[in-house]
Design a protein. Structure first.
Length: 79
């Protein structure tokens, strides 16, 4: 018997993955904001980059917790 998960699980898992990837990209490539958007919001102090890392990691942790709850709440499929 297979259990079904709702689409909400996949959305939350995707957000967790996206948040993790963005945090890692920001840690490794600190000037990606300037490169992609052509702006320097913090005048090269690095504060904006660390704010993005913290925000992305908070998003990733929150989404992962929600996805885990959704996984535990899955319903049996009607087969």
């Amino acid at each position: 018997m297979h259990d079904r998960v709702r689409i909400r699980f996949w959305l939350e898992s995707g957000l967790a993955l996206l948040g993790t990837v963005l945090a890692l990209v920001t840690i490794v490539y600190k000037t990606w904001i300037e490169s992609v958007f052509g702006v320097d919001p913090d005048q090269s102090s690095g504060a904006a980059e660390w704010l993005i890392v913290v925000a992305c990691l908070a998003l990733a942790v929150t989404a992962a917790i929600l996805a885990r709850q959704e996984w535990r709440r899955r319903e049996p499929s009607a087969a």
